[in-house]
Design a protein around this ligand. Sequence first.
Ligand code: ASP
Ligand code: MG
Length: 419
Amino acid sequence: MKVFKFGGASVSTAERIRNVGKILRQYRGEKILVVVSAMGKTTNALEKVVTAFYEGKKDEALDLFSAVKESHNEVSAQLLGQPLSQLTDFYTEIEWLLHDRPVQSFDYYYDQIVCVGELLSSSIVSHYLTTAGVKNDWLDVRDIFRTDDNFRDARIDWTITAQKVKEQVEPLFSGFNIVLTQGFIGATDENESTTLGREGSDYSAAVFANLLNAESQTIWKDVQGVMNADPKIYSEAQWIRELNYREVIEMAFYGAQVIHPKTIKPLQNKGIPLYVKSFLHPDEEGTCIHSRQVANLPPIIVYKADQVLAQLTAKDFSFVSEGLTAEAYRILTDLKLKPNLTQNAAISLLCVLDDRSDKVEAFALKASEKFEVSVMKNLTLLTIRHYTKELVEKLTAGFEIVLQQQTPETVQMLLATKA
Ligand code: ASP
Ligand code: MG
């Protein structure tokens, strides 16, 4: 058994969906659980629908949703010659909801609405594959992935999910070689839809790989494999043939947009190799991620833009003895903020955070009850693993280094544009 994940870019147009069929045909005869993401930038578009709805702008929400419908109808018509009735059912569900007035949390509505992206794309892909002679069974993953109700970042209940995979997914493979389902989404025990965090489909695939004891997982992307830097930012980016799980976790932790960080653990726990391959060049080798040590890795460069630096200083020294850091972390945890970097000093704590304005403001406000707070914006966090002095100099030239942390393996620098 293999697990494949096709990301948004690989199913963004009718032509690309045909390409998915071409790839799957190359694996004829093999059992494959296929996870698909929402088409192209659908998740972003749906996020806008949620925002409009939550701000009480019903008409705007409906208009924005119409655009999502149109693009899906168009692709479906291109592939199947007609709109799909299954799509209409999903549309109706969302439109009913959009006619209500929001009474629950934003995150709750986010999940009820945004989950439709994966439901639509997977339906289109599944029907297309069937008409193209690639027999497959479509599965609503919300019947399988049980999660808690921590909307937008829901956690899988492994016990219940494992049982459902065993009882409801494994048997499907006696009738079909390909079972096709959605990434990113799940449901609570009350059948409310949930999502697993942005880019969560990689993780969904890994959960399946783990529970099905897959021989491998493959993520099909629009790049050659894992690169040592984002080629859009760093023109000398190079392809990496193999990496171990640990390295990938580190890269993702520092913000590399390679693979959702939660993806590795379910694979590592069962020693399942992860391939990252190009859906445009499926015959190329791609990157293999596994448990063995890999020698001679190139420097790995990760940029995280839109960072803020918050400095918390104890007002009257009182928190120094009482645990300044503990207090600051309590505030961060309450706001579900995860600092990307922290540094302790005698009477202050420095935190580097993603600039999610609402949250940073809430944090500054709450922290100012106990600390002097200052916030510096428009920063970039640069991380280099396996760094060399020359590379650090090259990449920081022209910037002011606001903060720096270094281990023998990794250097992190918070950069500001020089005034
Ligand atoms: N469609 C979701 C997103 O764009 C999940 C995923 O693609 O992995 O975040
Ligand atoms: Mg995606």
